[in-house]
Write a protein that binds this ligand. Structure first.
Ligand SMILES: Nc1ncnc2c1ncn2[C@@H]1O[C@H](COP(=O)(O)OP(=O)(O)OP(=O)(O)O)[C@@H](O)[C@H]1O
Ligand SMILES: [Mg+2]
Length: 476
């Protein structure tokens, strides 16, 4: 016999039967194994018990119910239990001659069935299996909920309410969505929400930052390559399109995709097939494509920098994420959300903003949008003394950044470079170079409104190289 575990002992089993002898027999068998047992005479009493226990925060691990009972019978109880939030598994018990009903119950979602006369060993094996299954289901539900929560779109402004409604609508379809909006407005959060709410939620969500990949590698990154297809291709590699099979492919910074790759992406989207670099065989792919950009793609098509046909394919449903200054009423809720998040990560209670600090937040223009707010608060939490963030804490960070559009640096805030990013605080030459580079890039980025592509162009730097630097200094 399987040994009982500690967790099992604490899980109550709800036994429902109108026959007192059966109730008692089951109760004794289960109690002997260390389970807590709740009993009920019929479906109605069972439901009352479930409700009463739920008020005390307790729930049955498994419901074992007879089928034939007066009033709410086993099948009706099954239906009611299945309608609960996080329903426990239900095992039905059939008397002589109603095995067909028991099978029907399993089809309607019962975990299993037992036949009378009951055999103690079989009862235990069946209940333990149902318990395990119930735990797995609950865990899956919990994880999925957490996933959606983690990508929660905070904000109660009319603009956000509209966006959330649009997200829910497009999530149900397989249509391509082009998400536009300034830097840091939440385009990626929107993409993850669409995926999490879509029928593809159980499949992968694969992000490709088109701007961060050097032009000559983009095709192999997207479609994969065969061994030896180009210098450096030592192994066969699966591309992002194949990796997203059954799920969603998120093409971020799509405006930066080179024209040659655009043609191939278009073909893949039209045929639902890809060809690995260095191969000739077509491989079918089942993916949904979301893309995002902070550039004006329509304008790019006029300048022939972006293919019009691909633009139409990607832009089946356009979604625009409004800038933070267009929905200032979201700032307090977002601030609270981030403060709670920061506190949770360190296991502390959230800091609060003193009124003067909140006022300052309401006045800022947020060129870096939600990301800027988040970074600012992370910095403020480091500087704050006690349980309040003061206006002075915020001003200290805003003042320390580049003059134009202060974007605090998370690398500094997280202490990556002790003493801030002042190059002259450096102790070694290497350190000095890093600090200077970081300060320079930070300032130039701010001067260009956080636009990475434009900054790279103006500095005469490769886009992908710039992204590496941003990663390194935690500036993104
Ligand atoms: N409505 C929101 N609710 C909660 N968090 C948000 C919201 N919008 C953005 N964020 C947070 O702000 C940060 C920036 O968001 P995100 O990366 O989605 O922006 P983006 O538009 O993709 O930026 P970029 O143009 O720079 O790629 C992330 O940390 C994200 O979690
Ligand atoms: Mg993004």
């Amino acid at each position: 016999m399987a040994s009982r575990s500690d967790t099992e002992k604490r899980v109550p089993i709800l036994v429902v039967d109108d026959d007192a002898d059966v109730r008692l027999a089951l109760e004794m068998t289960l109690q002997y194994q260390g389970f807590e047992v709740w009993t009920a005479r019929d479906g109605a009493e069972a439901l009352r018990r479930i409700e009463a226990e739920a008020r005390g925060g307790r729930r049955a691990g498994v419901v074992v119910t007879d089928l034939k009972m007066p009033g709410i019978d086993g099948l009706a109880l099954l239906e009611r239990v299945r309608a609960l939030e996080n329903p426990p598994p239900v095992v039905v018990v059939s008397g002589h001659g109603d095995v067909a009903t028991a099978v029907d119950a399993v089809k309607r979602g019962a975990a299993n069935f037992l036949e009378k006369p009951l055999d103690a060993e079989r009862v235990l094996v069946t209940i333990r299996a149902a318990l395990r299954e119930g735990k797995l289901t609950a865990e899956n539900t919990r994880l999925r909920k957490k996933l959606v929560e983690r990508h929660e779109l905070v904000g109660a402004s009319p603009a956000m309410a509209r966006l959330r409604a649009q997200v829910e609508t497009v999530a149900t379809s397989d249509a391509s969505v082009l998400i536009t909006g300034e830097n840091g407005t939440g385009k990626e959060v929107v993409a993850r929400n669409i995926h999490a709410l879509s029928p593809r939620a159980d499949g992968p969500f694969v992000t490709v930052n088109c701007a961060a990949i050097p032009d000559e590698l983009i095709e192999s990154e997207l479609f994969g390559h065969e061994k030896g297809s180009f210098t450096g291709a030592f192994e066969r590699r699966i591309g992002h399109f194949e990796a997203a099979e059954g799920g969603t492919l998120f093409l971020d910074e799509i405006g930066d995709m080179p024209l040659a790759a655009q043609a191939k992406v278009l073909r893949a989207l039209e045929t639902h097939e890809i060809v690995r670099v260095g191969d000739s065989q077509a491989i079918p792919v089942d993916i949904r494509v979301l893309s995002a950009t902070n550039a004006d793609l329509a304008a790019a098509t006029e300048q022939k920098a972006f293919r019009l046909d691909l633009f139409y394919r990607l832009n089946v449903v356009p979604l625009r994420v409004p800038a933070l200054r267009e929905r200032r009423e979201d700032v307090p809720a977002l601030a609270q959300h981030f403060l709670r998040d920061i506190a949770a990560r360190s296991g502390r209670t959230p800091l609060v903003l003193e009124p003067a600090a909140s006022e300052l937040l309401a006045q800022l223009d947020w060129p870096g949008n939600v990301r800027q707010l988040k970074n600012l608060l992370e910095g403020a939490c480091v500087f704050a003394n006690g349980s309040e963030i003061t206006r002075a804490d915020l001003e200290q960070i805003l003042g320390a950044g580049p003059a134009l559009a202060p974007i605090p640096s998370p690398a500094v805030m997280s202490g990556a470079l002790p003493g801030g990013d002042d190059p002259f605080q450096a102790e070694t030459f290497e350190d000095f170079k890093n600090r200077s580079e970081m300060a320079f890039i930070q300032r130039k980025l701010a001067e260009n409104g956080g636009n990475v592509k434009r900054t790279a162009e103006r500095l005469g730097m490769q886009r992908s190289h710039m992204y590496k630097k941003l990663d390194r200094y935690g500036l993104k």
